[in-house]
Design a protein around this ligand. Structure first.
Ligand code: AMP
Ligand code: GLY
Length: 426
């Protein structure tokens, strides 16, 4: 089969490397890809939301299936575009249509969905400019800290957690009346604060059946000890030690099954990944959010733990035979540590030459923001490369990741030296 992956990050490199190992694969394309995907696939210089260009590439390269990495093309309707086009409608897309993508595209939609299908989540209400005063009154009924969420997509930055009622009221007004997050915050969800330990669980579904993929925990803050600004993710661990069998069976019964059945009941034919952000509160799972794609860098620890053929699983999604597909996982722990550009997540420079990659051993380097420039590999984004290792223990895997990071360098390279710090001795 010929496969096209849309996207350019570490997540897409992890998909590409795994698919490149499948016996069912003929040709693999990534659009636009990065310097890492160029080693296991053919990069196509196409913007994933330029659907006309995607169509031309699919037809020219006789692509048999499309795997969508990031949320933007899904929310923009790439799957619907394929179904509505006579030349493309027989080519399966792994990733939901616009209706399913609303689970990530609108916080209010996803909260209503959870309420309707009795999925445990924080109590909430949604407000607009017209109902600002009611919003302030609702805040008064809650206890600190206060959670405000821009309804729409805000590049992962649309959630504010405020310590005082005054700050919360000010920010609410700023979001609704001054469009702090643009159109995304013309509606704001206010919700109860969930106090627990965060983790993520991933599901692959064909709309009828599902596979629960490994759990993972990511490290979002730039600074050690989980301090400083939020980032796209500085590292991840899978499995999560506190997500034991008992907890995961609660996740399956209380969250995964009602979610997959809820989609069916709502008439949403969902084929793709569901990323479930969870809070573990005294051993009980509560959903913080859904994403309609895999996480990044979580993919870089989840996919390396899947021993089965990922292309075979994707075929199962396309033909709704996922329940018949073999799905084996390694019990080893996977760790990934992200190297980032100096300054990230604020202003940073690109185009720094990366050296030492040839010396890496026993660790897989998933490229995120990199590009090829002549015979050199250069940085091309804030998050640059994820160093993933497997080990019998988390400590062993982390040691490999850090040992290999030490062999690689680019100007102003930064990374967290404490990934997994909170999971030691659990
Ligand atoms: P989201 O974009 O919805 O994942 O929110 C971003 C982050 O804010 C989450 O990963 C949590 O760390 C935090 N968060 C979101 N909602 C809540 C909540 N209700 N209670 C506590 N923390 C939250
Ligand atoms: N690492 C978090 C995300 O992919 O949204």
């Amino acid at each position: 089969m010929n496969i096209l992956i849309l996207g350019s990050g570490g997540r897409e490199h992890a998909f590409a490397l795994k698919l490149s190992q499948s016996e069912k694969l003929s040709n693999l394309f990534v659009a636009p890809g990065n310097a890492g995907t160029a080693n296991c696939a053919t990069n196509l210089d196409i913007d994933p939301v330029d659907f006309a260009a995607v169509k031309a590439a699919v037809l020219e390269n006789k692509v048999d299936m499309v795997i969508v990495g990031p949320e933007a093309p899904l929310v923009a309707g790439v799957h619907d575009f394929f179904l509505q086009d006579d030349d493309l409608k027989s080519i399966p897309v792994v990733g939901p249509k616009k209706d399913g993508a609303e689970l990530e595209g609108s916080k209010e939609f996803s909260k209503k969905f959870m309420k309707r299908h009795a999925v445990p989540t924080a109590a909430y209400e949604a407000f607009t400019k017209e109902t600002l005063e009611q919003g302030k009154a609702f805040l008064e009924t809650l206890k600190a800290p206060y959670v405000l969420k821009a309804d729409g997509l805000a590049a992962g930055k649309g959630v504010l957690i405020l310590e005082t009622l005054e700050e919360a009221k000010e920010e609410l007004a700023d979001m609704l009346t001054n469009n702090k997050f643009g159109e995304a915050s013309s509606k704001v969800v206010i919700e109860e604060f969930l106090d627990g330990i965060e983790l993520s669980v991933f599901v692959l579904t064909d709309g009828k059946s599902y596979k629960v993929l490994p759990s993972a925990k990511d490290y979002k803050r730039i600074g050690e000890g989980d301090t400083g600004l939020n980032t796209g993710g500085m590292g991840a661990i899978s499995p999560v030690p506190f997500a034991d069998e008992d907890f995961l069976s609660k996740v399956e019964e209380r969250v995964v099954i009602p979610t997959v059945e809820g989609l069916q009941k709502d008439g949403i034919d969902y084929r793709g990944f569901i990323f479930i952000g969870l809070m573990n509160i005294d051993g009980n799972p509560f959903v913080i959010e859904y994403n309609v794609r895999m996480g990044d860098p979580e993919t870089e620890v989840v996919i390396p733990r899947i021993e089965s053929d990922l292309l075979d699983l994707f075929e199962g999604v396309a033909s709704q035979t996922l329940d018949q597909k073999s799905f084996e996982l390694t019990s080893k722990t996977a760790t990934t540590v992200m190297t980032v550009a100096g300054g990230y997540p604020e202003a940073y420079e690109k185009g720094k030459v990366i050296t030492g990659l040839d010396a890496v051993e026993g660790t897989t380097v998933f490229h995120a923001g990199t590009k090829i420039n002549g015979d050199k590999v250069e940085t091309n984004g804030g998050r640059v490369m994820a160093f993933t290792s497997l080990g019998d223990t988390m400590e062993e895997a982390l040691e490999k990741s850090y040992k290999n990071i030490a062999k690689v360098s680019f100007e102003d390279m930064n990374y967290r030296k404490d990934i997994g710090f909170d999971l030691k001795n659990l």
